[in-house]
Design a protein around this ligand. Structure first.
Ligand code: UDP
Ligand code: MG
Length: 341
């Protein structure tokens, strides 16, 4: 039997052929330092999840897994999105502590050492907070800040601002997250929801090591909607209050109209006031329907109970098979150099 796996490093990758070897090169020393804190026979596993890449990402992972006993990967059958890819990684992790991390080195692997220190000191979840996001675009920073402000005003439980998926979760927290079966994954919300003893450390967000960002505005907007709908019920409830308020106002207005008609007689009602009332109520109705639709769509998705992701292929592991296929010469060289598309 192989030694107990202390740390599972979970890395979702989507078209990241340039970044993978750079990542391993820099993560290895940091993870080694972290393992030294834990104990002499502590080991780590690097678990990559290929989120349906169309470049050579999967080939690179296959070779890395063959060459390194501590690297394994699961390849999803198509692009399911980072949240689903992370779920696939978390489901497969064997470690006593699990650390999701981006492959692009924007989450500096050196932070893992202080995460582990806090974990050994008793924290069950160690959040990493970005204190400097100057390497992210101005729009991204501005939209993220606005999003967290709104979300935290609405959310039923607080979601820490500026904490991404990069964090340490101990086994108990991981098992709790695994029990959450919802389809609309917003991992940052789920990780916060499970609770436990939380510690927070600060770090500076770095620039992307290689490659380009995989997020498009539409994807981010979808994630933001998932985030709000999966951690709040407030947007659904405000309509009962707003509706109540409008009903009271309408009733008061009706009473005033009746009194006015009795006192001064009937006159031709104004076109403008009717239009205003009709348009405002119509607009409010559509808006409330839209919000109900956002929630309802997700309810429909939950009811279908589809799996979060489909795995096409898995390989590698802490205990590599004795009959591992020999590495063809030239492979190592191929990996050592970042590949230009
Ligand atoms: N990623 C993924 N699936 C996707 C989009 C992104 O697995 O559909 C991975 C990506 O390979 C990277 C991490 O998620 O490891 C963060 O992505 P990226 O750096 O593009 O996001 P950003 O840092 O710009 O928010
Ligand atoms: Mg990035």
């Amino acid at each position: 039997m192989s030694a107990r796996v202390a740390l599972s490093i979970i890395v979702p990758v989507f078209n990241e052929q340039e970044s993978i070897s750079l990542f391993l090169e820099r993560a290895r020393p940091a993870v080694r330092d972290a393992l030294a804190l834990i104990g002499p026979d502590a080991t780590a596993e690097y678990l990559f999840v290929d989120d349906g890449s169309s470049d050579r990402t999967r080939d690179i992972l296959a070779i890395l897994a063959r060459m390194n006993g501590d690297v394994r990967y699961a390849a999803l059958s198509r692009n399911f999105g980072k949240e689903a890819a992370l779920a696939a990684g978390i489901d497969r992790a064997l470690g006593d502590a699990v650390i999701p991390i981006d492959v692009d080195l924007q989450d500096p692997p050196e932070v893992i050492v202080s995460m582990v220190r806090h974990w050994l000191a008793g924290a069950q979840v160690v959040n990493a907070r970005r204190i400097d996001r100057s390497t992210d675009s101005r729009f991204k920073r501005w939209s993220a800040q606005g999003f967290y402000r709104i979300l935290n005003r609405l959310a039923d439980y607080p979601i820490p601002e500026n904490v991404g998926d990069f964090r340490l979760l101990d086994r108990q927290a991981v098992d709790a997250v695994k029990q959450l079966s919802e389809q609309a994954r917003f991992n940052k919300g789920l990780f916060s929801w499970v609770g436990f003893r939380v510690a927070t450390i600060d770090y500076e967000r770095e620039a992307r090591g290689a490659g380009t960002t995989k997020w498009r505005l539409r994807k981010l907007w979808g994630l933001a909607l998932d985030g709000v709908t999966s951690s709040t019920t407030m947007p659904l409830r405000i309509w009962s209050y707003l509706g109540g308020l409008i009903a009271i106002m309408a009733f008061a207005y009706a009473v005033a109209l009746i009194v006015k008609t009795i006192v001064t007689g009937a006159d031709t009602p104004g076109y403008a006031s009717i239009m205003v009332a009709v348009l405002m109520l119509g607009g409010l109705n559509l808006m409330s329907l839209g919000i109900i639709g956002e929630y309802l769509g997700r309810v429909a998705q939950e009811v279908r109970k589809r799996p979060l992701y489909v795995v096409a292929e898995e390989a590698g592991g802490v205990a590599p098979a004795t009959s591992a296929a020999p590495v063809q010469s030239g492979d190592e060289e191929w990996i050592a150099q970042p590949i230009r598309a």
